[in-house]
Design a protein around this ligand. Structure first.
Ligand code: UDX
Ligand code: ADP
Length: 457
């Protein structure tokens, strides 16, 4: 069995941190170490203020830290001591050269592979956790074959399916765990070692085994399908606005068909997050590489629909506000890409804020967890942006409020009180359809939802 093994995770981000915390909690006989090149991040993981917000994470870290979970900056020592190495470094979209704006930037990944190669001795299993282009394991294996002294490094793919804001729940009760390896004796032995970790708490029938390429591609395919559902429902939201149908009623009606299912049919200002856009563009790039242009175009349209939805939201705001927002105070409620996270990567709020700033609005941003990241995202615009934790203060003197993140707290505000402090006519643009639009209308607001009849006084 696998008792007493040393697990290392390279990359202490949104994926590596929570995943290793849950593994440490569920497998007390393993020693789990998480390393990162970012020393500040490691310091934060060792402090009372963790570098990421995730419901349930603080409590689990406190329970396991310095018992069998360690955060460290000594990557080389970590590699030397590990039996199993999870690689969870970032693979952003390339911003330069060939494939710029689409392909995955694998420089961090390759650096890690070379660092493993330089420090590894004996047998180790290397686990791809980050989302990667299909066939990355082959590239990694080629790098590892460059080793001149004694090391046997087997690459296994174990993509992470957790969603931010529900990471701990997703890790503790996953729909499935996917583990792909080569179908050789060595590959299958490595795969079994990873299965043994998850088997501590995941029912065996939920642990799916496959070849490496299926595993790598399934992660891209899952994200593409999920994003496609959102783009599909968002495309219908525009049609609802034109026809006076109501998108929530349409989503309910189609979602009750068991073949379609009810999840991921919430129309919104657009999808954000570190995965969907990046992974789909990466998929598009891969398809082009194989000469599959029709497949590439098909998936690219999912991203284009999302961009269009974000643009449409800003256009609607502008036209409703008498075609000018110059000098007007506009309050944005929520900046995170979804509720229950402080993450703002690819958040539609960034696009909306920039669109309004281009029109010379004064933008006031409120969010319970994401203001620190929002500040970084809009660093270049600091003159015309104010950050305000208190939504009541943010709305004071504003012409409009735009709800951009579905935080529960925005559902229960005293909108009657807020109305009194705003400039009239007052507008609410509900980019997440979380408010009671009829009630707001009766309070005096002009209310615009996504895929809803516009309620104008
Ligand atoms: C996603 C995948 O869900 C996860 O499996 C994968 O591992 C990483 O990418 P994440 O980006 O954390 O997870 O969040 P997710 O819950 O998928 O939401 C992504 C975006 O879509 C958010 O901006 C969210 O607000 C939006 N969304 C989601 C909608 O607009 N409507 C929906 O119905 C669902
Ligand atoms: P994800 O959402 O995929 O977890 P993050 O950006 O949150 O992505 O986390 C990736 C982490 O990987 C970052 O903290 C980054 O500092 C770390 N990282 C990147 N390259 C290396 C490397 N060569 N060695 C160690 N850590 C790395």
């Amino acid at each position: 069995m696998s008792a007493g093994k040393n697990i290392l995770c390279i990359g202490a981000g949104y994926v590596g941190g929570p995943t290793m915390t849950v593994i440490a909690a569920k497998c007390p006989e393993y020693r789990v170490t998480v390393v990162d090149i970012d020393k500040n991040k490691i310091e934060a993981w060792n402090s009372d203020r963790l570098p990421i917000y995730e419901p349930g994470l603080d409590e689990l870290v406190h329970r396991t830290r310095n018992k069998n979970l360690y955060f460290s900056s000594d990557i080389e020592k970590g590699i030397r001591e590990a039996d199993i190495i999870f690689v969870s470094v970032n693979t952003p979209t390339k911003t330069f050269g060939q494939g710029a704006g689409m392909a995955a930037d694998l420089q961090y990944w390759e650096k890690t592979a070379r660092q493993i190669l330089a420090n590894a001795e004996g047998r180790k299993v290397i686990v791809e956790k980050s989302t990667l282009p299909v066939r990355t394991a082959a590239a990694m294996k080629r790098i590892f074959n460059g080793k001149t002294h004694d090391a046997s490094l087997e690459v296994v793919s174990n993509p992470e399916f957790l969603a931010e804001g529900t990471a701990i729940r997703d890790l503790e009760k996953p729909d499935r765990v996917l583990i792909g390896s080569r179908e050789t004796a060595e590959g299958i032995r490595a795969r079994e070692e990873i299965v043994a970790i998850y088997a501590h708490w995941v029912p065996r029938e939920k642990i799916i085994e496959s070849n490496v390429w299926s595993s790598e591609l399934s992660k891209l395919a899952s994200n593409a399908f999920l994003a496609q559902r959102i783009s599909s429902i968002n495309s219908f939201s525009a049609l609802c606005e034109a026809t006076e149908a109501d998108i929530d009623q349409v989503a309910y009606a189609i979602g009750t068909d068991s073949r379609i299912g009810p999840d991921f049919l919430k129309a919104s200002v657009g999808f954000g997050g570190s995965c969907f856009r990046k992974d789909i563009l990466n998929l598009v790039y891969i398809c082009q590489g194989y000469g599959l242009d029709a497949v590439a175009d098909y998936w690219r349209s999912v991203v284009e629909m999302n961009e269009w939805q974000e643009q449409r939201f800003v256009r609607n705001m502008l036209s409703s506000l008498f075609n000018t927002v110059a000098g007007k105070r506009i309050a944005l409620f929520g900046f995170a890409f979804k509720a229950n996270t402080g993450d703002t990567r690819e958040s539609p709020a960034i696009y909306v804020a920039r669109g309004l700033l281009e029109e010379r609005a004064h933008v006031v941003i409120s969010d319970p967890k994401a203001l620190e990241n929002a500040r970084k995202d809009l660093e270049d615009e600091s003159e015309n942006v104010t950050f305000e934790t208190d939504p009541y203060k943010a709305a004071e003197g504003a012409h409009a409020i735009a709800i951009l993140t579905e935080w529960d707290l925005y559902k229960d505000l005293d909108y009657e009180k807020i109305f009194q402090t705003m400039v009239h006519p007052a507008f609410i643009f509900d980019g997440r359809n979380i408010l009671d639009h009829r009630k707001l209308f009766s309070l005096g607001y002009n209310v615009f939802g996504i895929g809803k009849p516009f309620l104008k006084h």
